[in-house]
Design a protein around this ligand. Structure first.
Ligand SMILES: NC(=O)c1ccc[n+]([C@@H]2O[C@H](COP(=O)([O-])OP(=O)(O)OC[C@H]3O[C@@H](n4cnc5c(N)ncnc54)[C@H](OP(=O)(O)O)[C@@H]3O)[C@@H](O)[C@H]2O)c1
Length: 272
């Protein structure tokens, strides 16, 4: 199965589904999840310095003898590595751990006050040096993106934010669409915290799909990249098996009403 991808504004392509790797630190669980994902057709993996598993990802890619060019690997600069020099050296550390000569997508994990400018400069330089193919941000609000216009040599091609049927962020989505920034939906299953909504359950029954598949399909219909995390092989398979059905317009309208600003992770709205 060839997975749909989205073209980034810098010309690179990003597969629309990636395996989330937060809280997957145990080597055996990691390797089993990675193998299940490869078997299911995933080629996009969402890691981060903070997740402490870049080395596991690098080793798993080597062990399975995968063609690097077929993979899309994301990492993120963790908060203690903000600042121009620290960010620059942390990119080199990530490359070493991932056992690769380039990272497909490197993100600033969070809009760290003041230091985010210097870190962005470091990512721009690392991209120029060929260490990173695409650069982006995570947890940035419209305010943080607008500010970037004042200092960025190039704007981010991706903004990775918490986004799911219970946290739809329509203004941010519209802003990113207008500015050619692809939005990646993290915690697309709301971190597994709301898996019994009646409306979603009824749609799942109607389509003969699972509850999680309805949540993920909603994000796909909104042209988002989704990053579901699972260490369970059947769920890993299920979470990518979302391209053989569509939600009806009236179902999409019904889902719009489920937006209730449920945040399961951090809220960057008050970061100056
Ligand atoms: N940039 C950021 O600041 C940031 C923040 C948070 C997350 N992220 C990224 O987004 C990824 C996903 O977010 P997340 O880990 O918070 O949560 P998520 O993907 O929304 O949900 C994961 C939870 O749902 C369960 N699950 C997965 N597939 C399922 C299915 N088909 N049916 C029922 N339950 C299912 C998982 O359990 P099992 O694993 O036990 O199967 C796990 O408990 C992260 O791994 C990370 O890559 C980024």
């Amino acid at each position: 199965m060839s997975l749909p991808s989205i073209k980034l504004s810098d010309g690179h392509e990003i597969p629309q589904v990636g395996l989330g790797l937060w809280q997957v630190k145990d080597a055996a669980a990691f390797n089993a999840a990675f193998k299940a994902a490869i078997d299911a057709g995933y080629r996009h993996f969402d890691s981060a310095q903070f997740y402490d598993n870049e080395d596991l990802l690098g080793a798993a890619v080597q062990q399975m003898g995968l063609n690097r060019e077929e993979l899309f690997i994301t990492s993120k600069v963790k908060l203690p590595n903000f600042g121009e020099k620290r960010t620059a050296s942390s990119v080199d550390e990530s490359l070493a751990k991932l056992q690769t000569s380039y990272i497909d997508l490197m993100l600033l994990h969070f809009p760290v006050t003041v230091l985010r400018r210097k870190s962005w400069r470091a990512l721009e330089d690392a991209k120029t040096a060929g260490k990173i193919r695409s650069i982006g941000v995570s947890n940035y609000t419209i305010k943080h993106l607008e500010e970037m216009k004042t200092y960025a040599r190039e704007m981010p091609v991706v903004n990775q934010v918490e986004l799911h049927v219970f946290l739809q962020q329509p203004e941010l989505l519209e802003y990113c669409r207008e500015h050619g920034i692809v939005v990646e939906a993290y915690s697309p299953l709301a971190h597994g915290k709301r898996m019994q909504d009646e409306v979603i359950t009824a749609m799942a029954e109607q389509h003969g799909k699972s509850y999680a598949q309805i949540m993920l399909r909603w994000a796909i219909e909104n042209s988002l990249v989704v990053l579901p995390k699972s260490i369970t092989p059947e769920r890993i398979q299920q979470n990518i098996d979302i391209f053989d059905f569509e939600l009806y317009p009236e179902e999409l309208q019904e889902i719009t009403k489920l937006n209730c600003n449920l945040r399961t992770c951090w809220d960057p709205n008050h970061v100056p």
